[in-house]
Design a protein around this ligand. Structure first.
Ligand code: NDP
Length: 472
C-alpha cells in the first residue's frame, strides 16, 4: 500500500502511550455504552424499513406518510398486503445496477484524472489523505469530478441522441433497484467486517470493541482497501451514491415531463440546488479526504449500507415527491427558496474554505480582510508524541463553532421548501440532517474536547455557540 509510515507504536489493542497518558481519541469508541449499543441495534433493525416505508408511501399512497399508518390502525390494510403490493426484485433491475456499479468501478480504477490538468484551481490526481491514528498517510486517486462529468455527458448523449434507454429508467425501476442496492450494501459491509478479521489492510488502524453489532455497524478497519488503490471509503462515500444523486433527479425530471408534459419550477429548483451541492462535493473531493467521514470514521455498515441505500433513496425524496405532486411555486416562493439555498450554500462553502485556508497556510492568510485570530493548542497522539495545532476564532469560525453545518442545514431546508407545504414527506431530509449534524457536532466536540483539553475550553469560551449565535 502506498502509504508512508510516520508512527508505528500504537497497537490494535489500544494499549500504549508513554507515561500512562490518556491517548488522544481518534475515530470511534473503544468501549460501547448501552445507549450506543441500543442505537446501533435499533438502526440495524429499522433503517432498511424507514427507507422502504418512504419509498412505498410514494408508490402506494401518493407520498402520504400518515395514510399507511392510519389504514393499518383502522384495519383497512395489513403489513402483508402492503408488502405484496410492493414491486419485487427483478433481474432487469439487477442488470441495470450491476452495469452502473461496474461502470463506476471502471471509471474510478481505470481512468486516472486528467481534469486537473486543464481546469484551473481544481485539485485532482494522486493526493495525500490525513494521517491515520496509526500514523499512516494514504494516497488517493482523486477523479470524482471526472467520473461525474463522463457519466453525465453519457447520460445527456443518451437522452438527446442515442436513446439506448429511457431517461426515466431510474424512476421506472426504483423499488426493484432498491433491493439491489440493499444486496450491495449488506454485501460490502459484511465483506469489510470479515476482511478486518481475516486480511486487514492495516491492522494497526483496526478497532475492535468486543461488541459484534457495534463492530459491524461502525466498522473495524479504518481504510479498507483491495489492492493498491481501491479504497472502500472513497469509492462508496462518493460513488456510486453521490454520482447517482444528480442522475436520479434528472430521471425524476424526465418522468414529470413524460407524465404531465412539462417540468415544474420546483423540480428545476431541486435539481439545480442539489446539483450545486453534488458538484461542490466533487470539486472539493481532495478536501473531503480531511473531513470526519474519511479522517475519523471506520468503514462499516454505517458507511457501506448508508452510501449504497440510505443516501440515494432518502436524499432524493424531494424529486420523487414532485413526480407524484408536480408543485408549481409562485415566483415569490421560488425566489425565496432559491435565495435560501444559495445563501446556505455560500455559508457552507465559505466556512469550509476559511478553515481549509487557515489550516493549509498555518494562519498566514487573510480572513475577512485581516490576519485571522486563533488559539494555540497542543495534544498528545496515541504514540505519546506531543503535537501543536491552531483553532481559528476569526471569520465564520468566530461567529459560531460549526457554521458550515448551519449553511448545510439552510440548503437542506431549501430543497424541502421547494416542495411546498402539502405533505411532510419531503421534509424528512431537513429533520434527518438536523439530527445528523447536531449529533455530529456533539460527537466532534466531544472528540475535540478530549483531544485539546483545556485549550478546547478556551476556544468554547471565546466562541460560545455551536450552530446559531445566541441560540445554540
Ligand atoms: P468540519 O469540517 O467542521 O471539521 C471539524 C474539525 O475541524 C474538528 O474536528 C477540528 O479538527 C477542526 N476544527 C474545529 N474548529 C476549528 C477551528 N475553529 N479552527 C480550525 N479547525 C477547527 O466537520 P466535518 O468534517 O463533519 O464536515 C465537513 C463538511 O461536510 C461540513 O460542511 C458538513 O456540513 C458536510 N457534511 C455533509 C453531510 C451530508 O450528508 N450532506 C454529512 C457530513 C458532513 P482537528 O482535530 O483537526 O482540530
Amino acid at each position: 500500500m502506498e502509504a508512508s509510515r510516520r508512527r508505528t507504536q500504537h497497537g490494535a489493542n489500544g494499549k500504549d502511550s508513554e507515561q500512562g497518558e490518556q491517548p488522544a481519541q481518534w475515530g470511534r469508541a473503544w468501549e460501547v455504552d448501552w445507549f450506543s449499543l441500543a442505537s446501533v441495534i435499533g438502526l440495524l433493525c429499522f433503517a432498511p424499513f424507514i427507507v422502504f416505508y418512504f419509498v412505498m408511501a410514494c408508490d402506494q399512497y401518493q407520498c402520504s406518510v400518515s395514510q399507511p399508518l392510519l389504514e393499518l390502525f383502522r384495519g383497512e390494510t395489513t403489513l402483508l398486503s402492503i408488502w405484496a403490493r410492493a414491486p419485487s426484485f427483478t433481474w432487469s433491475a439487477a442488470k441495470i445496477y450491476a452495469a452502473w456499479v461496474g461502470f463506476q468501478v471502471f471509471l474510478y480504477m481505470c481512468v486516472p484524472d486528467v481534469t486537473h490538468k486543464f481546469i484551473p484551481g481544481y485539485v485532482g490526481g494522486v493526493q495525500d489523505g490525513a494521517r491515520t491514528p496509526a500514523g499512516l498517510i494514504n494516497k488517493y486517486e482523486i477523479n470524482g469530478l471526472q467520473c461525474w462529468l463522463i457519466t453525465h455527458a453519457l447520460w445527456y448523449a443518451n437522452a438527446q441522441h442515442f436513446h439506448w434507454f429511457s431517461p426515466t429508467i431510474i424512476f421506472d425501476n426504483w423499488i426493484p433497484l432498491m433491493w439491489c442496492t440493499n444486496i450491495l450494501g449488506y454485501a460490502v459491509s459484511s465483506f469489510a467486517f470479515a476482511k478486518a478479521y481475516l486480511f486487514p489492510t492495516n491492522s494497526e488502524d483496526c478497532k475492535f470493541t468486543g461488541n459484534i453489532f457495534y463492530n459491524y455497524m461502525m466498522g473495524i478497519e479504518f481504510n479498507p482497501r483491495v489492492g493498491k488503490w481501491f479504497d472502500f471509503k472513497l469509492f462508496f462515500n462518493g460513488r456510486p451514491g453521490i454520482v447517482a444523486w444528480t442522475l436520479i433527479n434528472l430521471s425524476y425530471m424526465a418522468k414529470q415531463q413524460e407524465l404531465y408534459g412539462h417540468v415544474t419550477n420546483s423540480m428545476i429548483l431541486v435539481n439545480v440546488l442539489q446539483a450545486i451541492y453534488v458538484l461542490d462535493f466533487f470539486w472539493n473531493e481532495a478536501w473531503y479526504l480531511k473531513t470526519i467521514d474519511i479522517c475519523h470514521d471506520h468503514f462499516g455498515w454505517y458507511l457501506g449500507w448508508g452510501d449504497c441505500v440510505w443516501l440515494p433513496y432518502l436524499y432524493t425524496l424531494q424529486g420523487l415527491y414532485l413526480v407524484y405532486h408536480p408543485v408549481q411555486l409562485s415566483n415569490a416562493h421560488a425566489l425565496a427558496v432559491l435565495l435560501l439555498g444559495l445563501v446556505g450554500y455560500y455559508i457552507f462553502r465559505s466556512t469550509n474554505h476559511q478553515k481549509d485556508l487557515f489550516r493549509r497556510t498555518e494562519g498566514s492568510c487573510s480572513i475577512w480582510g485581516r490576519k485571522p485570530a486563533h488559539i494555540d493548542c497542543s495534544y498528545r497522539s496515541a504514540d505519546g508524541g506531543v503535537h501543536h495545532s491552531k483553532l481559528m476564532t476569526s471569520g465564520f469560525w468566530g461567529v459560531a463553532r460549526h457554521l458550515n453545518y448551519t449553511g448545510d442545514l439552510m440548503g437542506s431546508l431549501a430543497y424541502c421548501a421547494a416542495c411546498g407545504f402539502g405533505h411532510v414527506l419531503p421534509y424528512f431530509y431537513i429533520i434527518y440532517m438536523t439530527i445528523l449534524l447536531v449529533h455530529r457536532c456533539v460527537r466532534d466536540e466531544h472528540r475535540c474536547g478530549s483531544k485539546y483539553g483545556k485549550d478546547w475550553k478556551r476556544y468554547t469560551d471565546a466562541v460560545p455557540y455551536r450552530l446559531i449565535p445566541g441560540v445554540f
